[in-house]
Design a protein around this ligand. Structure first.
Ligand SMILES: NC(=O)c1ccc[n+]([C@@H]2O[C@H](COP(=O)([O-])OP(=O)(O)OC[C@H]3O[C@@H](n4cnc5c(N)ncnc54)[C@H](O)[C@@H]3O)[C@@H](O)[C@H]2O)c1
Ligand SMILES: [Zn+2]
Ligand SMILES: [Zn+2]
Length: 345
């Protein structure tokens, strides 16, 4: 089979790969029909990966059809159309059974295609551990595009929103208008936000956020304009969807007294200079973490089915998997208005 393999910074190739054997009888093999490139894949592409190792298949967003199931899999059979949670846990502990796989009590929370320990899904086939928890049948009324965005991006936005303490009537800021930030803008309104500021460095991305009803601002102008428009009160809830140090600092800056910052961007700074005095003076609540995708499905699936959430609107480009290297290059360069790329094996 073929897949996209990481060979080092800015070097992802469409290579021959081997399908790993299922880890145990709880695994399943899925024939991938579509897969997405996430902002997290860009961290790897840019050489700020999560392992020193190369030669592993990347990607953690995919939908497809089950072709094989282990003897202990009870909820799925060959032929089932499924979406695959990007995050995987041990599948046995109390938190995993509640869908909170990233908070696995046995510390077995992990993600496809981030390190050599679990092969990525930007490939013809995917080996899925603990299939009964990691997979979900694509529900009626949910398109394949929507299902693909329910494997990682929309759940991550929702996880960030749910941990941002958004109350009806709230003023919210979303820092970063990539696919996850855009979905956070839409989700914030669903949760009752009255006003959403969307902050990004790239004008087209701010424009995209405005199409979801937000007020687009550059990072530079945001603190002063938000202060002016809120009479100095700033934002009750802030969702950070970038991961870079300046974006996290900006998020803390635009939060109100007794506000909440929910940081879902992946930051790998080991000695991040957290503005403790500012947070202290604001009585700030700061949360961060990795989304447990299956935990979000019971809320998100009905919201997608009812049309309240339309995550598929972020898809901008479709390319064959065989052109994956070029897709990464364009997404990384933000070339050609690329927002979200869907690859087809
Ligand atoms: N916590 C989780 O479980 C989880 C899951 C998936 C992805 N992520 C992370 O979420 C983040 C967003 O993902 P995405 O796919 O939307 O990524 P993306 O790269 O497409 O979007 C990031 C956006 O941030 C903007 N940006 C960069 N620096 C900025 C700054 N200083 N201020 C404001 N905006 C800035 C960029 O212009 C871009 O539009 C990434 O860090 C990704 O790794 C986290
Ligand atoms: Zn991701
Ligand atoms: Zn567990």
């Amino acid at each position: 089979m073929k897949g996209l393999v990481y060979h080092g910074a800015e070097d992802i190739r469409y290579d021959d790969t081997e399908l790993p054997d299922p880890e145990d009888a709880r695994g399943a093999i899925v024939k991938v029909s579509a897969c997405g490139i996430c902002g997290s894949d860009l961290h790897i592409y840019q050489g700020h990966g999560f392992t020193e190792t190369t030669g592993f298949c990347v990607g953690h967003e995919a939908v497809g059809e089950v072709v094989e199931t282990g003897s202990a899999v009870s909820r799925f059979r060959p032929g089932d159309k499924v979406m695959i949670s990007a995050a995987v846990g041990c599948g046995n502990c109390r938190t995993c059974l509640a869908g909170k796989v990233s908070e696995c009590e046995l510390k077995q929370g992990r993600c496809f295609g981030i390190t050599e320990h679990l092969a990525g899904v930007q490939s013809d086939y995917a080996m899925v551990p603990t299939a009964d928890i990691t997979l979900c049948h694509i529900p009626d009324g949910v398109s394949d595009d929507q299902a693909l965005l329910l494997t990682d991006n929309m759940p991550t936005a929702w996880y960030g929103l749910r941990r941002a303490d958004i109350r009806p009537g709230a003023t919210v800021a979303v820092v970063g208008c990539g696919p996850i930030g855009l979905m956070a803008v839409q989700g914030a309104f669903v949760l009752g936000a009255a006003k959403v500021y969307a902050i990004d460095l790239v004008p087209e991305r701010r424009k995209a956020a405005e199409q979801f009803g937000a007020i687009g601002l550059s990072a530079e102008e945001a603190p002063a304009i938000i202060a002016e428009q809120t009479s100095g009160k700033m934002c009750d809830s802030v969702v950070e969807a970038v991961g870079a140090d300046p974006a996290i600092k900006l998020s803390i800056m635009v939060a109100s007294v007794a506000g909440t910052v929910s940081c879902i961007g992946v930051n790998q700074t080991r000695n991040f200079d957290f503005p403790m005095g500012l947070a202290f003076n604001k009585s700030l609540t700061f949360r961060t973490g990795l989304c447990s995708v299956p935990e979000t499905w019971p809320e998100l699936i009905p919201l997608v089915q009812s049309g309240k959430l339309t995550p598929e609107r972020v898809i901008s480009h479709r390319m064959p998997l065989s052109e994956g290297a070029e897709a990464y290059r364009r997404f990384n360069a933000r070339e050609d208005g690329v927002m979200k790329v869907v690859l087809t094996p």
